[in-house]
Design a protein around this ligand. Structure first.
Ligand code: HEM
Length: 373
């Protein structure tokens, strides 16, 4: 009976018309697809991948599987600030732009830069926890998880504290316009946010050009100066990568903290284990990323005919990679439905893989309760 239900669930699955319960719990859908239709064509002609072993080669072959989104975003946004922003961001580009921008960003998010921001982060987390302890009740997302990333990325770019107010709103508006359905209200808010944020960043960048800081610890100075080998980023490239950094690190990290606390509260045995053995925090964070990762889907487009499993796909094929499905694939993870804060090894793909793997992956876990559990 369960197998028949799963077969039916896999047959009906359509990314463009997701049922309400998918948003609550997508994992039964992922299981059904992995078992019965791991390379599944959607009614709109695109394909949906759920098996770990099918997804990894896609991430690792960026030449065959392009990240360039001009073809999707051109008609979606029309000539607009949102189109300029997304088609300039490194994540939606292939080489040569991607290679040059990524080198600058990876150089600017080094362990040294992260270590430099840690004391301010520890002080912030302590302050937030003290406030929670006084009141004994908290809205975890609004008052804790949502408060941390903006501060961290504000510190990363050296945005003065008094000027951080609009950052979260801008970020949410730009991310909102990435949703599959772009309403006029979302487009208007997203475009306004790109314009306002670009104008704000121009002032910040001009100021930093005039008064550079230590490029070994200051991310914006490092991005402005480059690493000496490549051409420095143009003004527009610089502005749009700064906007992207804020957006890439914002909702993802907020949701990692929220998902982590929710999982630990739902699994009191694992919570007790972690409290008893705080050194498990590293594997616990990896397990939270695997079990309830903040990013569920990525996309790629095929540049030449290729094959996934036994399915032949023509050049131009658009695919969706289901990260959350790969992360619970029993062919890769023993007892994948078990939440285990000590899981090791844990080769999850919550940060993607290959050329576009998350450039902030060393920042994200730092942000997650660094010195206390
Ligand atoms: C838990 C938190 C996070 C998760 C789960 C996450 C996940 C991801 C994923 C899946 C990608 C790959 C996209 C693709 O292949 O198409 C990515 C890319 C990226 N992320 Fe993150 N991210 C997180 C936090 C951050 C933070 C804090 C930053 C920066 C401070 C950041 C910066 C980036 C950048 C720059 C890229 C683009 C890399 C490229 O295209 O070469 N991320 N992230």
């Amino acid at each position: 009976m369960a197998a028949a239900d799963d077969r039916e669930r896999a047959a009906r699955f359509d990314l463009a018309h997701l049922p309400e319960d998918y948003y609550v719990d997508p994992y039964p859908y992922y299981r059904a697809l992995r078992e019965h239709a791991p390379v599944k064509q959607m009614p709109d002609g695109s394909w949906f991948l759920t098996r770990y072993d099918d997804i990894l080669p896609v991430y690792r072959d960026p030449k065959t599987w392009s990240s360039d989104k001009k073809r999707e975003f051109g008609p979606k946004y029309g000539p607009s600030p949102l189109l300029t922003h997304h088609t300039t961001s490194l994540v939606f580009n292939d080489p040569p732009l991607h290679t040059r921008v990524r080198r600058a960003i990876v150089g600017a998010l080094s362990q040294r830069h992260i270590a430099a921001m840690e004391p301010a982060l520890v002080a912030l987390v302590d302050r937030l926890l003290d406030r929670i302890a006084e009141r004994r009740r908290v809205d975890l997302i609004d008052e804790y998880a949502g408060a941390i990333p903006v501060e961290i990325i504000g510190n990363l770019l050296g945005v003065p504290h008094a000027e951080r107010g609009p950052l979260r709103g801008w970020s949410l508006a730009i991310l909102g316009a990435l949703e599959p359905v772009l309403t006029p209200a979302r487009a208007e808010a997203g475009n306004r946010a790109v314009v306002e944020m670009s104008a704000y960043l121009k002032g910040l960048i001009d100021e930093r050009r005039a008064n550079p800081r230590d490029a070994d610890t200051d991310v914006l100075t490092r991005l402005i100066e480059g690493d000496g080998d490549d051409e420095p980023l143009t003004e527009s490239e610089l502005t749009h990568q700064c906007i992207f950094l804020l957006n890439a690190g914002h909702e993802t990290t907020t949701n990692l903290i929220g998902n982590g606390m929710w999982l630990l509260l739902k699994h009191p045995g694992q919570m007790a284990r972690l409290r008893g053995e705080p050194a498990l925090i590293g594997t616990a964070i990896e397990e939270i990323l695997r079990y309830e990762g903040p990013i569920q889907l990525n996309n790629r487009r095929l540049t030449a005919p290729s094959q996934i499993g036994t399915t032949d796909l023509p050049a131009g094929t658009f695919i969706t990679i289901a990260i959350g499905a790969a992360n619970r694939d029993p062919a890769q993870f023993a007892e994948p439905e078990r939440f285990d804060v000590g899981r090791d090894p844990n080769r999850h793909v919550a940060f993607g893989q290959g050329a576009h793997a998350c450039a902030g992956m060393n920042v994200a876990p730092t942000v997650f309760i660094p010195n206390d559990v």
